[in-house]
Design a protein. Sequence first.
Length: 142
Amino acid sequence: MQRPGGVTLLAILDFVAAVCLGLFALAMVLGMGFLGAMAGGREPGGAVLLAGLGVLGAVIFFVMAAVSAAIGYGMWNLQNWARILSIAFACLAILGGVLRMMIGVVHFHPFLLFGSLVRMAIAAVIIWYLFQPHVKSAFGTA
């Protein structure tokens, strides 16, 4: 069966996210290493701490990049596990949006509120789309 256009778009967005996350990981290592080198003259322990945080952050970003690339690959090849993971991550995005909205209400931050609403709406549209009958059938489910 031919891949629906929306699934192609989601796969491409997953690949783009993987590249961006990989670049963030590199920036984290280089940036924190640079800050660690700058702090090393004053406080050697601070240099080690900053470099360690850079490595830890980079590992987290690289793992996220690998997950995003895997989901993109699965979506591109119409693997149902990728559809399910995309739905699960969209649900997590909605939960995160609710938390960001609460923070935005408490601190009365209109941009945070608006951004949270937009992110939650996009995640809801992704969930809705991935449950459409023609999309489910493309992934081999009824």
